[in-house]
Each structure stands twice: as structure tokens, then as C-alpha cells.
Design a protein around this ligand. Sequence first.
Ligand code: IMP
Ligand code: MG
Length: 330
Amino acid sequence: MIKSVDIIFGLAWGDEGKGKISNAISKDYDLVCRWNGGPNAGHTVYINNKKYKTHIIPCGIFQNKLSIIGPNCVINVEKFYEEIEYLKREGFDTSLVKVSPKTHIITEKHLIFDKLHLKEIFGTTGQGIAPAYSDKMLRVGELAKDHIDKRHIWDGELYGNILCEGAQSFWLDINYGNYPYVTSSETLPYASCSLGFSPKKIRDIIGVAKIYDTKSGVDPLFPESLWNDQDLNKIIELGKEFGSTTGRKRIVNWLRLNHLKQAIKISGTNKLIINKCDILQQINKYKIIVDDKNGLCYIDFIDFNSMKEYIVNDLKDYCEIIFSGNKEVI
Ligand code: IMP
Ligand code: MG
């Protein structure tokens, strides 16, 4: 029997620190499940100051939880086993990793198409994501049940307290993102039901954001001119804003509050965690962007407290808000 479902997902363009939150709270759940995306994601977790990284396996594995990859994900078989071997070497129990028989497979053909036709134009991660989802929709895809060892295949009913771990984020969603600068899956909480539960079971929707915005890959919302800003460049360095899957430098901008608010409203976020507040404190610059009737308007604050107060005032009707700056704990 399913008791409850809580969902962690990203409110921005990815890389908000979803992995950190998932690792921090997954000890309280029976199952931790991924519902979307594939090895385009990179979830970084710190445990006792040691850095761990996964791309497809949910962070529940770090807390010894059954970690499930759902049927709406896409999986690269070779990379999956590389990740299993890495986790084994690090001492984690990989018999807990389970894949739905209906998860689709990323093939060599998908990787080649992505690298030849998509990577350059859209700055994709080159992991074959869009071609794999295309074949799924064309109904010519290959399934995990024919490619993954039976020991890792799981078609059971979900049970107990479930934590769903999103990948990519609101503004990369195939329906709500800035199409075509998006990924090819549904990144919003609504899509987590593809794991096999009723939306009535959803309890908390935990949206994760950062105190500034970043984009990995191409998006006209993040113009080239941002590379020239000194403060934003300091944020890249101090915040280590380099892709965990691609190693690319991420483009940074000040927090666009209206975008965040829209993402909170549409997703139904009732708990908001804003990460990396310590980075702004290190450069001692506190700025946000608001959209008003005259266009974009930049607001500077004298200190972090006044910035916090402004954000809380704007968002408090929708969600409870936690500001965090620690890489291990919330
Ligand atoms: P794809 O998912 O590899 O097709 O890439 C499509 C777009 O989503 C590109 O702009 C990528 O940089 C971005 N993207 C995909 N996965 C992630 C992620 O996990 N974090 C941040 N950006 C991502
Ligand atoms: Mg990431």
C-alpha cells in the first residue's frame, strides 16, 4: 500500500541542488524514484565532505534505499553499468537499484544523431536523449527488459512512503520550458505519476531553486552579454558552475523572481528550498530581476537579509521557504 508521495524537483534550469535535498531527506522514505530524463542529469551529493555523483540512479542509493528508475526515463545500458560499478566500489549496495522493464534504451544510433544534429544548435548534453524519446513516441524503441540484467528489473507495485526525484527542471520541461531550448521529458511534478501512483497520493511538492539563475547549454533568455559581467563571473567561479555531465561552464544571471514565482504556481510547490545563498554572501552582492510593466528591472539590496525579506514577501502566499547555503545539509 502506498502511504504518501513527496516530490523533489527543480524550479529553474537544472543544477539547483536537487541531489543534495534528495540525499538529505531520503532516509525517511521506503522508495526513492526517478521519473524522467536519463544520463543528461548529474546529481551531486556530499557525504562527510566526500563528493559523489550519479547521472541516472536516484540518490536514495546513498541512504540504502530501494532506488527505482521509472518507465518514463531513458537509460544508456553501458553508462548504467558503469554507474553501478562506481557505486559498488564506493561501498553502496547496488542490489537496491531497480529499473522498470518499460524504461527505454538509448542506443548508439541515438548518441550519433544527438552529437551530429542537436548538440551544436541546442547545446544538448549529447547523451542521445531527444532521439531516444523520439523512438519511444514512434513506438520503435527498445526496452530495458531486453537489455538489463533481470536482477535489476523491477515491475512491482510501489509501497510505503515514496520520494520522487526529478531531473532537469521546470524551464527545461518539454511543455512549459522555452521550447525548443528544452529537454525531451516532462520535468514537472505532474509527470511523476508515470511511476505508478495516483495524483491523490501526493503530499509535499518540494521545489528546489538557487539564489541566482544558471543555464547549461543554449537559451536566448541567457544572452552572451552575461559573460561580460564581473560579478556574474565571480559567481561562476565561487559557485563552481560547471556542468557535472558535460564539464561546460554554465551561464549565470541574477534570480528572475517572476520566473521562479510562475514555476512555483504551476507546479504546486508548497515547500521551497533556495540553495547556494552563501555564494552571494561571499561576493557581497545581492541582486534580483523583476519583470514590471516597463520591462526588466534590477533591484539591489544592501544585505542578504533585505533580499531575503523581499523574496519571502513575494512568495510566502504559495509556499514555506528555506534558504540554504550548506552543501551537505539543508
Ligand atoms: P538534452 O536533455 O541533453 O537534450 O539537452 C537539452 C537542454 O537541456 C540543453 O540545454 C542541456 O544543457 C539542458 N540539460 C539537460 N539536462 C540537464 C541537467 O541535468 N542540468 C542542466 N541542464 C540540463
Ligand atoms: Mg545537474
